[in-house]
Write a protein that binds this ligand. Structure first.
Ligand SMILES: [Zn+2]
Length: 299
């Protein structure tokens, strides 16, 4: 797989290649984006330890999508050849766990960040308006309607909106707008419905950047969350987020999950200090995060 400029089309093509090669993968979708792209989910494993991994809530953080696809490639290869992966027995993981991957929560935004506007974009006029009439969308984080999907969940959403109103953010824009109400967007609605239905023991949401791990929300995380976060930090070299900064995050997917399920939920910020993350960091990101993904699957 080639992680460079990893658009929705590239992901769909890699998923279909994987499915063709490994028939134990279950591929379906959890719903559709604003522009009608189906949001794929890939499931593997037969056990009761259920985990959801998702990536690219934020458009410019699209490097997290090839990370999950690369993990699937490595896992399937290891499982088919009965060879360990980073010291883990993948047959054992397959037997004990059921893993669900939603590798691109925001496909419309990812394609916009990578390709920019195309002449037939239905939201062309609105997008230019929201982007201060600049044609460069590289740094765009929101979905195609200018809603920040990781501020659209019903977890202290009102507080998040009040802060934004003080900062003069009240309509669609490249990053930070919470939406007109919680769960206003089809992408967040789809992920919420899938999560409730799958009923996972743990969730991991991949973002970029900072090499940091968020593990709590409003002091509602179970005790074991800190233990798991410390384990992730140990094997990856990432840091646990400073509690003062963590206290300022609201309305994200892991926030909502911790609030509703009171089970471990994490945001993993991959990559050093620039977003979009330079592709030169990809191999190191894969190396560190395959360990985190496997560690989560065997906890
Ligand atoms: Zn993010």
């Amino acid at each position: 797989m080639d992680p460079n400029a990893y658009t929705y089309q590239k992901m769909m093509s890699d998923i279909s290649d994987l499915k063709e090669q490994y028939d134990f993968l279950l591929v379906s979708d959890i719903g559709k984006s604003v522009l009608g792209k189906s949001l794929p989910v890939i499931k593997l494993g037969e056990g009761s330890n259920k985990i959801i991994y998702n990536a690219s809530h934020h458009a410019r953080e699209w490097i997290t999508t090839p990370l999950l696809i690369k993990f699937l490639e490595e896992f399937c290869h290891s499982f088919a050849k009965q060879k360990p992966l980073y010291g883990y027995d993948t047959s054992e993981v397959f037997q004990n766990s059921r893993l669900a991957f939603i590798p691109m929560v925001n496909p419309d935004g990812v394609d916009l960040s990578i390709n920019g506007l195309s002449p037939d974009d239905s939201f062309r006029h609105e997008l230019l308006e929201m982007n201060n009439h600049l044609s460069d969308f590289t740094y765009w984080k929101a979905n195609i309607r200018g809603v920040d999907l990781n501020r659209n969940y019903n977890a202290k959403w009102d507080k998040c909106r009040a802060i934004e109103l003080c900062e003069d953010i009240s309509t669609g824009c490249p990053l930070g707008f919470v939406g007109d109400c919680p769960e206003s967007e089809p992408e967040t609605q789809a992920l919420i419905a899938f999560t409730r239905n799958f009923d996972p023991n743990m969730v991991l949401a991949f973002h970029a950047c900072g090499e940091e791990i968020y593990w709590n929300f409003d002091n509602l995380a179970p005790e074991i969350s800190l233990e798991i976060a410390n384990e992730f930090a140990l094997i990856s070299g990432y840091s646990l987020i400073n509690p003062n900064i963590a206290a300022l995050s609201y309305a994200g997917y892991k926030d909502w999950f911790i609030q509703e399920f009171r089970r471990p939920g994490f945001t993993i910020e991959v990559g050093k200090d620039t977003s979009p993350v330079p592709l030169s960091e990809f191999d190191e990101i894969v190396d560190k995060n395959i360990r985190i993904i496997l560690c989560a699957a065997t906890y």
